[in-house]
Every structure is written in structure tokens, then in C-alpha cells.
Design a protein around this ligand. Structure first.
Ligand SMILES: [Zn+2]
Length: 223
């Protein structure tokens, strides 16, 4: 059975350092809690899984995100950037460890949030292997999942991820995913459009949507 994977970037009030464009990806604590309560209720009623992922490793992941998921029993996956662990606005090494110990999944979002397709092969190798190493050391668990910064990828990025030991790739291409999918689709929260779980699933299950997104993925993977 497929599942719906949602992406959040930050919860609550963004720090001043966060740009205006990125602020649109932040959810207020109230809105976030409402979506998580709806996800728990939806899964209990239909058996349809909803996984909640967090990119960028903002401090609100551990201050608001994780406690809310635990409260409602909704599964979560966190993708911090290894180059930000000493910045107080982001998850520290011990935050990453405690998220992992609480039963959440941890993956890599790279070192410092750059566009992976724009890197040279050497830079990309370093970005993927160094972040995997450092985040793995922080949580004490081998890292085999990556979330694509800005959702950008091409054939070179997909190949490099495979050769650096990543087994699962979390994209920003919308749609549903199965646990067996190496390339997983996600839907990102944005404050200007919100999230309605049943209508997203109806949209993503429609044959026309699935056909169109398959074609887009093939085109991006061949670039
Ligand atoms: Zn990101």
C-alpha cells in the first residue's frame, strides 16, 4: 500500500536569518499540530500511512516537530545538514542523537544546503560522503537516506547517491510512495496552500497525475 509523505521545513516563528521566500515554507505551531492530528486520525480511520519529514534541521524540529509527532503517534524522518550542527538555530549533534533514540529516522540533507546538480563530481562525492559520515556519527546509526536540497536532481546526482551508499532518496516531486521505492515522492507544506490529506491522496492516485509525474521523473533522471 502506498503512503503519503509530507515535508516541513520549520515550525513556529522563523529566525530573522531565514529569507522571505523560505518563510513561506514555515508552518505556525497551531497549523502544524492540526495537520498532525488530521494525519493520525486519517491513518486510524483508513489504514493509509502518512510519514512526516523535516528538511534543513531547524531547531523547531526538536522543539515542536518531534514532540507533536510523539503525542499523536505519527512517524517522522529528519534530514539535517551536517555543516550546521554548531549553529544554535539548527539541530546540534546531541539533538540528532536524541531524535534517533526517540525512534525517528535520520537522513542526510548534505553539508550546507547547496544544489547538488551544480557541483563537480568531486564536490558532490564529498558533500554526500562527508555529510553521511558526520550525521551517522552524531546519531550512531548508519545513514542510508538522503533528501535532495531544493528537490534538485539529475542522472549524475542519482548515480552518485547510489555509489555513496544511499539506499533511499527523498525528493520534492509530489505523489505517493511505496516502502519499496528507492526514489520517494513528497509533498512540501507551504503556508499559501496548506495541506488537505484526503484531497492530496485523491489527486496523487489519479491515473493522469501518475502518468504525468512518471514522465517528468524520467526526463529529470536522464538529464
Ligand atoms: Zn532543504
Amino acid at each position: 500500500m502506498p503512503e503519503l509523505i509530507l515535508t516541513f521545513h520549520g515550525i513556529g516563528t522563523p529566525a530573522d536569518s531565514i529569507g522571505d521566500e523560505e518563510k513561506n515554507y514555515w508552518a505556525t505551531a497551531d497549523v502544524f499540530q492540526k495537520i498532525i492530528a488530521e494525519a493520525a486520525e486519517f491513518t486510524a480511520r483508513t489504514g493509509f500511512g502518512v510519514l512526516v519529514t523535516f528538511d534543513d534541521g531547524n531547531k523547531s524540529d526538536i522543539a515542536i516537530g518531534a514532540p507533536t509527532l510523539l503525542q499523536y503517534g505519527v512517524p517522522g524522518f529528519f534530514f539535517p545538514c551536517s555543516g550546521r550542527v554548531s549553529d544554535p538555530a539548527y539541530l546540534s549533534q546531541s539533538d540528532i542523537r536524541s531524535l534517533s533514540e526517540s525512534g525517528f529516522g535520520i537522513g542526510s540533507h548534505g553539508i550546507d544546503h547547496v544544489k547538488w546538480p551544480s557541483l563537480t563530481p568531486q564536490q558532490l562525492d564529498y558533500e554526500l560522503s562527508q555529510s553521511r559520515l558526520e550525521i551517522g556519527e552524531a546519531c550512531g546509526v548508519e545513514i542510508v537516506d538522503a533528501a535532495l536540497p531544493f528537490g534538485f536532481y539529475d542522472s549524475k546526482v542519482l548515480r552518485a547517491l547510489g555509489s555513496k551508499g544511499y539506499k533511499t532518496i527523498y525528493s520534492s516531486d509530489p505523489g505517493l510512495s511505496r516502502a519499496s521505492d528507492r526514489f520517494r515522492r513528497r509533498y512540501s507544506y507551504r503556508s499559501d496552500r496548506g495541506i488537505d490529506i484526503p484531497s492530496l491522496i485523491r489527486k496523487f492516485e489519479a491515473p493522469f497525475f501518475r502518468g504525468k509525474s512518471r514522465v517528468k521523473h524520467v526526463l529529470k533522471s536522464w538529464r
